[in-house]
Design a protein around this ligand. Structure first.
Ligand code: ADP
Ligand code: MG
Length: 577
């Protein structure tokens, strides 16, 4: 007697719903994608009680006739994959024919649709069973309503988060789709209140402004790049504007919202050491790629993709972003640096800061300090005129300077760190780090775990200018250190780097990342500290070096280096404007 049976359709649909319909936002996503695939220009989304009570998506797209409407509710029924064709080269957002039957299986479901010939169809489904099919009069378009989500799946219903959380997911999803398609009119209402109402925008920049405001738009840097079969467009947030969460990054592949490790990694690389480790710059990335070069059928909710040539896509994205950031040597203004959640009294704040600065501005100190022994290859003389001129040093820590656009306040440690970091890294990459031989070699006892790291990373440490030899037992001998660190305690520095190397490798980092981390650590140690008097000449030297750096705005840990009070800000503060 066979024990194995074929499951009936309703059960199968509920099982599929378990994967496809995770939460109310997944319903919104599937319905929204269907509307987009139907070439809708206008989409209205209505949600009740965070989506538990009601989700309705109405569009003005192609609509369906009665036969298609009935078929659409069948499992694996789709208009998007014809017979004979296969899964390669999918240009639509949907393709599996799973969403409608899955949603209908776990809700009180109402489909109203009309192809534009005046003859509409309404289908009433409850928990996957068709209750009624009616003919209605309706204009072209489709409205799909899923009420009482998971009413027949109590386990899933229990796992829904608070209304506010579910609503936040829905809102984020809707605004993200709004970004990819500025030509859409899009509206979202919740419990009778309007949350999103976006008219058609002329382009994505304008869309970003509609959603995030004009100030935000001014801060992001547009980029665009094409390579064969690949077009990249988007906006890169400045390194000084980061958020603790990755969801500031919006990734789209052929109009599909995705999470993707390859793209995320490329972004991380492009920003390199300009942002702190656990913070994320805002990025809007729109990838257009030949559909045959990307597999979209890898995730139940179609949130992930696989690129046929992932390496190429990765490098193209990294280079496009890095290009946008390189052009961005713009110094942030005080207003831009100030985190936006700090309230909105920039004028008063700027005024206070400015006074503080003025009062603290003592006579430039007379103690001369040459910023450490820089590596060889310090570039030739600066252009005729320095980009910024120091006025004074505040509290032996901050350089007050002026340039054509305003008054600068520079963190001397962060600035020097940035300068040393870039030079040291460039020298290491070209294998030309200047080594300072020690007159008196230093011997150092290392515990076994540090010796292991030393042996494993010997080549990289040598490249970075460390001459280290075993010296019997647990001892090693240091004969030479990188010249930029010649003032530091060689043993202390080496152990610091070994610790950093162990942590970096533990995070499965490759050699480039390791090098950057080690260079960051060494630069931090070697850079002049705060509470350190500088004379005018050293300050000028440091500013010149800083403005020659490829990214003067943040230190290698990602903290800000300097900001500017623009003349305009100053004049506004004094009500001269
Ligand atoms: P898929 O999107 O993978 O094809 P769905 O279950 O989401 O599967 O939808 C099944 C079919 O129903 C679609 O292929 C499409 O033909 C039709 N359909 C769904 N939603 C709409 C809509 N809003 N407007 C027009 N047709 C739709
Ligand atoms: Mg679909």
């Amino acid at each position: 007697m066979g024990r194995i049976q074929v499951l009936d359709d309703q059960l199968v649909n509920r099982i599929a719903a378990g994967e496809v319909v995770e939460r109310p936002a997944s319903v919104v996503k599937e319905l929204l994608e269907n509307s987009l695939d139907a070439s809708a220009r206008r989409i209205e989304i209505t949600v009740g009680s965070g989506g538990r009570q009601l989700i309705r998506v109405a569009d003005d797209g192609e609509g369906m006739d009665r036969d298609d409407a009935l078929l659409a509710l069948e499992r694996h029924a789709t208009s998007k994959l014809g017979s004979g064709r296969d899964l390669e080269g999918i240009a639509t957002l949907g393709f599996r024919g799973e969403a409608l039957p899955s949603i209908a299986a776990v809700s009180r479901f109402l489909l109203r649709t009309a192809p534009g010939d005046g003859r509409g169809t309404e289908i009433d489904v409850r928990g996957g069973r068709i209750q009624a099919v009616r003919e209605i009069g309706a204009p072209r378009g489709t409205s799909v309503e899923a009420a009482s989500l998971f009413f027949n799946v109590p386990a899933r219903r229990k796992f829904l988060k608070s209304q506010a959380t579910e609503l936040a997911h829905i809102t984020r999803l809707v605004t993200r789709y709004a970004l990819v398609r500025p030509d859409l009119r899009l509206r979202l209402d919740h419990d009778g209140k309007n949350l999103v109402d976006l008219p058609v925008a002329s382009d994505r920049g304008e869309r970003i402004e509609q959603i995030h405001g004009p100030e935000f738009r001014r801060k992001v840097l547009p980029f665009e790049a094409t390579r064969d079969g690949l077009a990249l467009r988007g906006f890169a947030g400045r390194p000084v504007d980061t958020s603790p969460r990755r969801d500031a990054q919006h990734l789209f592949v052929n109009g599909r919202l995705v999470q993707d490790r390859v793209l995320a990694h490329a972004i991380t690389e492009a920003y390199g050491n300009t942002v702190p480790r656990d913070r994320f710059p805002a990025v809007f990335l729109f990838v257009e790629i030949d559909p045959r070069q990307v597999d979209v059928n890898v995730h139940p909710q179609k949130n992930e993709v696989r690129f046929a040539r992932a390496g190429e896509v990765h490098d193209a994205v990294r280079d496009a972003l890095a290009g946008a950031l390189a052009h961005e040597a713009a110094v942030p203004t005080y207003g831009q640096l100030r985190p936006s959640w700090e309230g909105t009294a920039p004028v008063a704040r700027a005024a206070l800061r400015y006074l503080e600065v003025r009062e603290g501005a003592a006579e430039p100190s007379r103690v001369p300090v040459a910023p450490a022994s820089l590596l060889e290859g310090a570039e030739g003389e600066a252009a005729e005129r320095p980009r910024a001129v120091p006025l004074a040093q505040y509290r032996d820590s901050y350089i007050i300077a002026q340039d054509d656009e305003g008054l600068l306040l520079v963190d001397q440690h962060a600035a020097h760190e940035r300068v040393l970091f870039e030079r040291y890294l460039a020298a290491a990459e070209e294998n030309r780090v200047e080594v300072q031989r020690l007159l008196f070699p230093v011997t150092l006892d290392l515990p076994p775990h540090e010796r292991v790291v030393l042996e494993e990373e010997a080549a990289e440490l040598a490249r970075l200018g460390f001459c280290v030899d075993p010296f019997g037992g647990s001892s090693v001998r240091i004969d030479g250190v990188p010249a930029l660190a010649s003032d530091l305690d060689p043993g202390g520095l080496l152990r610091e780097l070994l610790g950093e190397a162990a942590r970096t490798r533990a995070a499965a980092a490759g050699i480039e990342q390791l090098r950057r981390r080690l260079v960051t650590t060494a630069a931090c140690q070697a850079a002049i500290k705060i509470h350190h008097p500088l004379n005018a000449e050293s300050m000028q030297g440091l500013l010149d070096d800083l403005f020659r750096a490829s990214n003067p705005t943040t230190c290698p840990h990602g903290r800000p280096v300097l900001f500017r009070f623009t003349l305009e800000e100053i004049e506004r503060t004094f009500r001269r404007r």
